[in-house]
Write a protein that binds this ligand. Structure first.
Ligand SMILES: [Zn+2]
Length: 326
């Protein structure tokens, strides 16, 4: 009797274990199937994302994530239809890179393979890659001291600041006007040069009207348009019309050749930013500014920006494109 009951108990236990085993197996199978389906579904969803599609073109996940940050419809289309080249990614990591110019950089690089990426970025950002005067824009007057006037950004014929005053004759040859703020800062700089070098700076030329510039350009034009364009601005395109530019010389070195070799020129290049000025057409930047180096031409932009431009070693054109206009 006892033995029979024991046997029955054992059978029941065996059945129970069998049931639980089956149950667990089925449960595992269900979970496994569901998990895999979710995985497959998620992967399917992922294949529809830009992150996946860009990677299929050969970009790493890290590169892809960076590219996604600058992705516009056009950039996406380009990346998904063009076999990968390293430059398509590396250009995005350059300083002064602007996403809005991405396709223009690529286009320009195709025909200028020897030009460095930094140079390409500077040329495209500033429109210099378009060719001088090819595309021109009315400059944004609301920028005030940071107004940009170059071979692409122009002023109206009748533009004239309303704070122009004569520069005192102690500091300038006669007939020169500039913005009050420019003169105040120039006088401070003038005093410092006198104190440090014993040299007297003089302003040669400052504010010019549209008509003045027309006259100057016409004179240079007698030697041909190309010559005129490399030495003088076309009317409306001269910084002198802004009232924020001054041409500086010194009584000790009045000719441009002598001034170019002078200590005062070296001093000005190193210190003018402390007074809010920049050396506007520096050496080595002719392809960006469109002007041969002018040792005499200084532009007022305010101390903060002048210092930044000096520290970064860029031109005002580059600064404007990257920090103001973008
Ligand atoms: Zn000038």
């Amino acid at each position: 009797m006892k033995r029979k009951r024991k046997k029955r108990r054992l059978r029941l236990r065996y059945e129970g274990v069998k049931f639980i085993t089956y149950f667990l197996a089925v449960l595992f199978l269900i979970i496994y199937t569901i998990t895999n389906s979710i995985k497959a579904y998620n992967h399917y969803q992922y294949t529809k994302t830009d992150e996946y599609k860009i990677q299929t073109m050969g970009y790493s996940l890290e590169e892809t994530k960076d590219l996604l940050k600058i992705m516009t419809k056009d950039i996406k289309e380009f990346l998904l239809t063009t076999p990968k080249e390293d430059i398509y990614y590396t250009i995005t990591k350059q300083k002064y890179f602007l996403a809005k110019n991405y396709l223009e950089y690529i286009e320009y690089q195709k025909s200028h393979q020897d030009t460095s990426l930094n140079e390409i970025i500077a040329l495209v950002n500033t429109h210099a890659s378009d060719g001088w005067y090819n595309n021109t824009y009315k400059t944004d007057l609301s920028k005030n001291e940071q107004i940009l006037v170059n071979k692409f950004y122009q002023l109206d014929e009748n533009f004239k600041r309303d704070d122009l005053i004569n520069i005192p004759l102690m500091y300038s040859y006669s007939g020169n006007m500039a913005s009050q703020e420019v003169i105040n800062n120039y006088i401070e700089m003038h005093k410092k040069v006198k104190e440090e070098l014993g040299i007297t700076l003089m302003v040669n030329s400052s504010f010019r009207t549209y008509q003045d510039q027309e006259e100057i350009y016409k004179q240079f034009s007698s030697k041909g348009k190309e010559y005129a364009d490399s030495y003088a601005a076309r009317p409306g395109f001269s910084e002198h019309q802004t009232g924020l530019a001054i041409d500086i010389t010194s009584t000790a070195n009045p000719t441009s050749n002598a001034f170019k070799e002078s200590n005062e020129y070296t001093w000005l290049k190193e210190h003018c930013h402390e007074y809010g000025f920049i050396h506007r057409y520096p050496e080595g930047k002719e392809n960006i500014t469109g002007y041969n180096t002018e040792s005499w031409h200084f532009r007022y932009v305010g101390k903060k920006i002048a210092t930044q431009i000096y520290n970064e070693g860029i031109t005002f054109d580059e600064y404007y494109a990257y920090y103001i206009e973008k």
